[in-house]
Design a protein around this ligand. Sequence first.
Ligand SMILES: [Fe+2]
Length: 242
Amino acid sequence: MSSMEPLSRREVVHGALAVGALAAAAGASSRSTGAASPAILLGAMAHELPPLPYADTALDPVISAKTLSFHYGKHHKAYVDNLNGLLKDLPDLAALSLDDLIKKVAGDTSKAGVFNNAAQIWNHTFYWKSLSPKGGGKPTGKLLDKINTSFGDYDKFKEALATAAKTQFGSGWAWLVANGDKLEIVKTPNAETPMTQGKKCLLTIDVWEHAYYLDYQNKRPDYITAVIEKLLNWEFAAANLG
Ligand SMILES: [Fe+2]
């Protein structure tokens, strides 16, 4: 499984955009061919909030149900709603998958709103999968071998990931990625994501304040340590590594 696969199979629904497209197609058909265009209908599917892979109590006490429910139900959902709103007037972009949309508008300042909301949908879906109630501890097999060759040993890897997460100034993300044969730690500000840079994402930690403030207030390092020790989903990382 590649790092893209868990998110590229985005579930789509005939939501508000599809309803709008149906109406538009119906209007157009009455004036032209008399048949709605399948291309118009397919291109107008709305992005959907993917389900959480566990109950909102599953990560307690490292991440409380209160934090998880706000983070997923308010913040993640808002990015989905915002993106669908923005795409109503951008049919060419509305026709793209989430992955293709992010890559298409990355670096285009005129589409910063689309990029920020689309990338935040992707990043959050990836973050939920990067955590597991049965996570933490040390990976095994090929992934551990790669960690040892790339960072020296597992403890040095943990230190590098924690340092990146702690030192990301303001909002952003810390990532474990594969760059060719080597694993790297990268940090990204705001909605930026290594998937636009040809790097294969393996794991991420959200370090926006909304990810931890209800539970840890200003103690971001405590949140990071707890997530690394107890929640990192090494099965997901290994599947992404392939
Ligand atoms: Fe977040």
